[in-house]
Design a protein around this ligand. Structure first.
Ligand code: C5P
Length: 404
């Protein structure tokens, strides 16, 4: 039995797909899982707690303020006494609550209080699924580390409308549960430091020099390494994207601060320097806003070279076992990447062409070449999340199994 003894907290929200949750309970139990059901008030309009209780052969939790239930397990224990929280069906409403951290009933409170992996199986009308608000909430949930299975394309039970929104089939949900729980953690026990985003080098209190970088790629890599079990410190320059889930994020502004934070994070096994660090800083940035004087020439800016963080780490006494750098180039990508590998003391340079026509800067996709001592590997055009996922697996392969 593949899920032998696995404790699953199944949250059933109020949608017509709730009838499939009955079959889902059966399928999970067939595989040896112990299912503890929580139902929202709306869910009880679609299937009865009696049916859910009969199939799960246990108590069905429905009320946040039930004196009996609180004395029995209590909502905090309910949230944690399990190996996985599964939400099926996950309605648009419950997803919105989750994304915003609302806790006004038992289901949403348990979700907020849980420190376990969460898998959701969304089910709703195609228009509700496609709505900007739902897609925004979905992006927030994914960033928070929530796993998602489905929805599928198909005919809606209630309206006959076709489109994306049908809940994944029970067996597919079971497969997603098994997959999530058996996910290998090849980087468990390993420490990684990742830099991401630009740096801001002040000219005066209101102006700065910066590079164009959204931080999307670096943040995705930090999250992917964490998913493989690494203990990740992300040193991020100023970005407008949220901190990734499961990662210790430190925020810095300037290159020198970034270097100090990276060095403070040593020793580490893995360093992935993705930040677009400004090459120069202003030698003596003004404490006051520099005023524009009519008729006067613009103020000269004297620049000094910033520390090269990758090079510092690549040659550091506590050099991590694996040092990875990025090379954003607009021409001779491979040649420049190779030279960088050597100069910076890195094991791998991930080179990409950031010519404006590629749309890579700030975009969601990336097309990279991996340049190492052993050769060059060109990857197809991928999303930044896919690049992160693949790179994390590449790193795991290079670094080998358990820590020596
Ligand atoms: O030399 P260049 O800036 O093209 O090198 C890019 C690589 O070096 C990236 O991995 C970047 O994060 C890192 N870098 C750094 N500190 C700098 C400049 C670049 O860590 N001052």
């Amino acid at each position: 039995m593949t899920l032998d003894g696995t404790r699953i907290l199944l949250i059933i929200a109020g949608g017509i797909a709730a009838y499939k949750s009955l079959d889902l309970i059966r399928r999970l139990r067939e595989r040896g899982a112990v299912v503890r059901p929580v139902m929202t008030r709306a869910a009880q309009e679609f299937v009865t707690p009696l049916a859910v209780g009969a199939l799960s052969s246990g108590h069905v939790y429905t009320e946040l303020f039930s004196r009996e239930d609180e004395q029995d397990v209590g909502h905090i224990r309910l949230a944690r006494d399990c190996d996985l929280v599964l939400v099926a069906p996950a309605t648009a409403d419950l997803m919105a609550k989750m994304a915003h951290g609302m806790a006004d009933d038992l289901a949403s409170t348990v979700l907020l209080a849980s420190d376990r992996p969460i898998l959701i199986a969304p089910a709703m009308n195609p228009k509700m699924w496609a709505a900007a608000a739902t897609q925004r909430n979905l992006a927030v949930l994914k960033n928070d580390g929530v796993d998602v299975v489905g929805p599928l394309e198909g005919e809606m039970a209630e309206s006959g409308e076709r489109g994306l929104g049908r809940m994944a089939e029970p067996l597919d949900i079971v497969a997603a549960v098994e997959n999530l729980l058996s996910r290998p953690k090849p980087l468990a026990g390993r420490k990684a430091v990742v830099t991401s985003g630009p740096t801001h080098e002040p000219i005066d209190p209101v102006r700065y020099i910066a590079n164009r970088s959204s931080g999307k790629q670096g943040h995705a890599i930090a999250a992917a390494l964490a998913r493989l079990g690494a203990d990740v410190t992300l040193v991020s320059g100023p970005v407008s994207i949220p901190d990734p889930a499961g990662v210790n994020t430190q925020h810095v502004e300037r290159a020198e601060e970034m270097r100090d934070a990276v060095i403070a994070s040593l020793p580490a096994d893995i360093a992935v320097m993705v930040a677009a660090v400004a090459d120069w800083r202003v030698v003596s940035s003004s404490g006051q806003k520099i005023k524009k004087q009519p008729g006067e020439a613009p103020p000269p800016l004297q620049l000094a070279e910033n520390p090269d963080i990758l090079k510092t780490i690549g040659h550091h006494a506590q050099r991590p076992q694996l040092v990875v750098g990025f090379a954003a180039e607009t021409q001779n990508v491979e040649e420049n990447g190779r030279a960088k590998l050597e100069r910076k003391g890195a094991d791998l340079i991930v080179a990409n062409d950031v010519s404006p026509e590629t749309g890579i800067m700030g975009g969601d996709r990336n097309s990279v070449r991996l340049i190492s001592k052993t050769g060059v590997e060109a990857w197809p055009d991928l999303s930044k999340d896919e690049v992160a996922e693949r790179l994390a697996l590449w790193i795991a392969t290079q670094i080998g199994g358990a820590k020596p």
